[in-house]
Design a protein around this ligand. Structure first.
Ligand SMILES: [Zn+2]
Length: 82
């Protein structure tokens, strides 16, 4: 029987929202500074650690003062759908 190869897995996460400005509607990945006007919302794992809440639920997921790179609209995010 041939020996099986072993490879490492790589985890890729996206937290996507749509810009609430109806004239913009840009697709924004909260984990990508390019989408959030250069701001790192996951500094210190602030967003990632909300993926596995110790207490509460994903309804409590929050990300405040997100700025859309495209239209500069500022908005808050509440809740995370899996
Ligand atoms: Zn926008």
């Amino acid at each position: 029987m041939p020996e099986l190869e072993t490879v490492a897995a790589s985890l890729s996460i996206e937290m996507n929202v749509t810009c609430p400005n109806e004239e913009c509607g840009s697709f924004i990945n909260l984990l990508n500074e390019v989408d959030t006007n250069g701001y790192d919302h996951d500094d210190c794992g602030e967003l990632a650690k909300q993926m596995f809440p110790r207490n509460g639920s994903h309804d409590d997921f929050e990300c405040d003062s997100v700025v859309c790179s495209q239209c500069k609209t500022e908005f808050n995010v509440k809740g995370l759908e899996w």
